[in-house]
Ligand binder design. Structure first.
Ligand SMILES: *Cc1c(COP(=O)(O)O)cnc(C)c1O
Length: 372
């Protein structure tokens, strides 16, 4: 009797008890990017089947953000023998993942200070100037190298005059490859393709060295572009212009909180979303700081099962409001990328390309790899 009187009265449960509120808060967790290695393998096999020559794999920029070590090992395991990266440091990391064996080619060539790395880790620079050629033969005589020619893109490689100066020294050292890169391969009707093909023939016909011109788009341009080795990147990772690619990434974003809005209430910065009916909003735990480009907001949907849920209001730094009114359940997470929506749809929504979406997303999440 007396004791009960000493216990203070319990505070009212509302609004602290979530069951009593129109706001429901879930345990915070982070978004997961699932990378389907089996889909990357299937995409490599499909591209490989389109040519009669060797198919390499481009794994620069950490395999377009998806993890060069895991992607590289998965592809090496099915017999891919040649890899390309942008810089020697990327090549060094890849060599540690792959071990000896596969060729690792460096697009930026032989840069000053890289000789030890190139020599010790058996990397193959794609030499792109007379300076690089001299640096290479002085520092690492007899070490393999390839040659990069500029056929009109004006980005990397030797133009005809420089090539004429390098040709004799280079060919005497048995280069492993002569390569060039297409500027407009994703536009099959672009006149630049035939122009670069002709320039590549002019600069490399009759030399007894394997040749490479095609990226993903170049493979799709057909046999004249294939030469001895093709170099797909984006197609492996499920992006255009390889329309038949299998999707490679799934991105699930946890729901932090859900709430009900009355007609006339607004969501997010700038009040850009106004409820026109009784609306349920889910706040999900990712935003533009996680590579979900703010510009994609107005056109982008998330998915619960197959059901579409549009973004409501502006994408914030690490949160997004989503209109889940039409769902008959409260989702634990919503899917931004996967079977229902591709990197290229998001790219269109943000007025960019799939390459940028992948490389913005890839490194920011806990990555999960799936083989089957
Ligand atoms: C990135 C790159 C590739 C791969 O291009 P995709 O369009 O991703 O297939 C091939 N070659 C060079 C020189 C590159 O820089």
């Amino acid at each position: 009797m007396g004791a009960a009187l000493l216990v203070p009265e319990a505070p009212p449960v509302f609004p602290l008890d979530p069951r009593a509120s129109h706001v429901k808060t879930q345990r915070m967790s982070t978004a997961h990017l699932t990378i389907h290695l089996d889909a990357i393998i299937a995409n490599w096999r499909a591209l490989n089947a389109m040519t009669d020559s060797e198919t390499a794999a481009v794994v620069k920029a950490d395999a377009y953000g998806l993890g060069a070590d895991r992607v590289g090992r998965a592809l090496a395991n099915i017999g891919v023998r040649t890899f390309f990266v942008a810089a020697a440091e990327e090549g060094a990391a890849l060599r540690l993942a792959l071990g000896p064996g596969p060729a690792i080619n460096i697009f930026s060539g032989h840069m000053a200070g890289d000789a030890d790395m190139i020599g010790d880790l058996q990397l193959t620079p794609m030499i792109n100037s007379l300076d690089q050629m001299i640096r290479h033969v002085e520092a690492l005589p007899k070490h393999p190298f390839g040659l990069q020619l500029d056929t009109g893109m004006n980005r990397l490689g030797m133009e005809p005059a420089e090539w004429a100066a390098v040709r004799e020294i280079a060919l005497a050292q048995a280069p492993t490859l002569i390569m060039s890169h297409l500027a407009c391969a994703d536009e099959p009707d672009h006149a630049m393709n035939a122009q670069q093909l002709a320039a590549f023939h002019d600069m490399s016909d009759g030399l007894d060295v394997p040749r490479s011109l095609a990226n993903t788009g170049g493979i799709l341009l057909g046999q004249p572009y294939h030469f001895d080795l093709s170099r797909p990147g984006i197609g492996l990772y499920g992006g255009l212009p390889f329309v038949d690619a299998q999707p490679v990434v799934t991105l699930d974003i946890p729901v932090i909180q859900t709430r009900k809005l009355e007609p006339g209430e607004t969501v997010g910065y700038g009040n850009t979303f106004t409820a026109t009916r009784e609306t349920r909003i889910a706040t999900i735990a990712a935003g533009y700081a996680d590579g979900i480009i703010r510009a994609m907001g107005p056109k982008t949907q998330l998915f619960s099962g197959g059901q579409k849920c549009p973004v409501a209001g502006r994408i914030s730094m690490d949160m997004i409001g989503v209109d889940i009114t039409d769902l008959d359940h409260t989702p634990k997470s919503l899917e931004l990328l996967g079977r229902h929506q591709s990197v290229d749809t998001l790219a269109d929504n943000a007025d960019t390309i799939g390459y940028e979406i992948l490389t913005s997303l890839g490194t920011r999440y806990k990555r999960r790899y799936q083989n089957g």
